[in-house]
Design a binder for this molecule. Structure first.
Ligand code: ADP
Length: 601
């Protein structure tokens, strides 16, 4: 059975801090009972004064009330403080759960499932409206406080309600029917208010969703200009006007009016709520006053009843408001759960992956990205034997990177299979399988962390190994291994060039030292010397490993054992350079001769 949103939220809150709900419960109890100390003490004092009781008794009640009030206040503020501390922690916890889920979610879910948009929407709502876990805690607190306060008020009002049955002397107002009609009318108003608040909240959910879309684009442009890397193009292409226009259009023309509409609707509801509460309060107070004047109870009791009515209207207003808030909270919780569930539903395989690679075989593999109208890999078959160096060539969009993603188990074929030593890779534990690979992707990145940690992808690293890898890729900058790269997290960090970053990602792949090394355009940012040096060292760098080398520089493919030629997602040719060059109508020959016009190959 699917757990309700509420139970799930409780489970998350519980896993953050076991005492968080308990703190909210006690805070609610104290908040609910505190006003009644004043109410009952004031009533008692008035009654004593009306009866000309001695000063000692009056002071005793007043003293008792003040001390009780002080003790409750101290306790209440202590609990509220705990509650506030929990709020910050809970927001961070809510975000961290998403981060953990994102680290755990299968890679193929990132592409085509609008996951990124969902995460951004959650983040945006959390910063604008507060986290949902806190909203649940507040709901529990408000509900308990209101329900308890309402119960105490209604119990205290029993003698007052009893006085309805006996008609007074003034006739209409203190007749039995006036009181009963008043109660029925109150219930009708409460139900109407409930329906109205629900309806307003439903409309607000739609308006909020529209606003969220505009705000996402607004934030996108605001964040975009924060990054120094975008500053170059913004200036050279004079992108400021287009950015400002987007900001203006999304937020000030579309977003702000929506927020104003929501605010208008909310203030109308609040005004109506206040008006109805005031009318009910006034009618009951009038009745309480008349019954008191009729001698049904003492003046102090009448004061207490009126104060209890105030608590009743306050509680009813909160409870009906909660219904509306619940309607807004519900889709937010669904969104949150849908992200976290993506991580939980992943099928974790338990078959152990062999550490020794003999061969990897693509057998009639077809693959298309979610939402795409064409196959990125079509009827694709290829066998890679352990230790082979395979070059992969082909035009842009021919499926080379997709092949790498499937090879590394980041995506699964739609049909056909990929076998490692004759076993379908889908049966292996994904982490174990991926542990066979070391990859330099085209869009590899480095963290704003010390150089050594970046290369080892670990806080602890072997200095000598890191230095050897840096030498092997020709990284000659005299940075210490503790030098922080980039300034995102450390203002003393160093900025490095694209080519230097590419060398470092290569060094990182070498340090990882796995049986298969995949290099996707590893020289695209390198200068000719560095590129030449890499080609020269390629055999040494990949010695004892299986290597997949994607490159547009066809001359660089000659040091590979075989060349795989991709075209429109298909493997159209596979063989050595000499073999492929013999087919003058083949794709490889065409690519080679096209490049040969500009390079002396
Ligand atoms: P190559 O590496 O040879 O340039 P890719 O493997 O990146 O080519 O792309 C092959 C095809 O798959 C292209 O048509 C490309 O548009 C499409 N493609 C690549 N990545 C995605 C994606 N994340 N979602 C949808 N289509 C994609």
């Amino acid at each position: 059975m699917k757990k309700s949103n509420f139970r799930r939220a409780l489970a998350y809150i519980h896993s953050y801090k076991k005492s968080a709900v308990l703190t909210a419960v006690f805070t609610a109890i104290l908040r609910a009972i505190t006003p009644y100390i004043y109410i009952f003490a004031t009533a008692k004092i008035i009654n004593l004064l009306m009866k000309n009781a001695d000063l000692k008794s009056v002071l005793f009640v007043a003293g008792f009330a003040v001390i009780a009030q002080m003790l409750l206040s101290v306790l209440k503020y202590w609990l509220e403080n705990l509650h506030l501390e929990n709020q910050d922690g809970l927001n961070a916890y809510e975000k961290t759960q998403i981060t953990k889920a994102l680290l755990d979610i299968d890679y193929n879910r990132f592409e085509g499932t609008f996951l990124e948009q969902k995460v951004l929407q959650h983040r945006d709502e959390l910063s604008r409206e507060g986290g949902i876990l806190n909203k649940y805690i507040n709901s529990i607190e408000n509900f308990l406080e209101s329900a308890l306060s309402l119960s105490v008020a209604l119990i205290s009002l029993v003698p007052f309600f009893k006085s309805f049955i006996i008609a007074g002397e003034t006739g209409v107002i203190d007749s039995m029917w006036f009181g009963i009609i008043l109660i029925v009318l109150t219930l009708v108003f409460v139900l109407l208010l409930l329906a109205l608040k629900g309806k307003i909240a439903e409309g607000n959910v739609l308006l909020r969703n529209k606003y969220a879309k505009h705000n996402l684009i607004f934030s996108y442009y605001n964040d975009f200009v924060c990054n120094y890397k975008t500053g170059k193009e913004i200036r050279i292409f004079n992108q400021a006007p287009i950015i400002l226009e987007q900001i203006n259009s999304e937020m000030f023309k579309k977003g702000v009016p929506l927020q104003q509409k929501i605010a208008d609707r909310n203030s109308w509801t609040l005004a109506l709520d206040d008006l109805i509460s005031a009318a009910i309060l006034f009618a009951f107070s009038l009745l309480a006053g008349i019954k008191c004047a009729g001698g049904f109870y003492a003046v102090g009791d009448a004061v207490a009843y009126i104060a209890c009515f105030t608590q009743v209207t306050k509680a009813l207003s909160t409870l009906t408001g909660m219904y509306g808030n619940w309607k807004i909270l519900s889709p937010r919780t669904e969104l949150y759960n849908s992200i976290l569930e993506m991580a939980k539903t992943e099928n974790k395989q338990t078959v152990r992956c062999p550490k020794l690679l003999e061969q990897i075989q693509f057998e009639n593999v077809n693959f298309s990205y979610e939402g795409a109208d064409h196959l990125a890999l079509r009827n694709f078959s290829l066998t890679i034997h352990a230790g082979e160096k395979i070059a992969v060539v082909g035009e842009n969009g021919s499926g080379k990177t997709t092949f790498v993603k499937l090879l590394c188990g980041l995506h699964a074929p739609n049909s056909g299979q990929i076998l490692l030593n004759d076993t379908d890779i889908s049966s292996f534990d994904k982490t174990e399988y991926q542990n066979l690979f070391s990859v330099v992707f085209q869009d590899s990145y480095l963290f704003s962390l010390p150089l050594g940690e970046n290369i080892a992808v670990n806080e602890k690293f072997d200095d000598n190994r890191v230095k050897t890898c840096l030498e092997q890729v020709g990284f000659t900058k005299k940075y210490g291994l503790n030098t922080v790269l980039y300034r995102d997290c450390d203002k003393c960090g160093v900025n490095i060039s694209g080519g230097e970053a590419q060398k470092l990602t290569l060094a990182r792949a070498l340090y990882r030292n796995k049986p298969v090394i995949v290099l996707d355009e590893p020289t695209s940012a390198l200068d000719p010397y560095a590129e030449f040096e890499l080609y020269r060292q390629f055999s040494k760098l990949t010695s004892g490993k299986t290597a997949i080398y994607i490159s547009h520089r066809l001359s660089s493919c000659r040091f590979c054992d075989k060349i795989a030629v991709f075209h429109h997602g298909e493997l159209v040719q596979f063989g050595t350079h000499d073999e492929l060059m013999q087919n003058e109508s083949g794709k490889y020959y065409a690519l080679w001769t096209a490049q040969a016009k500009y390079y002396s190959l």
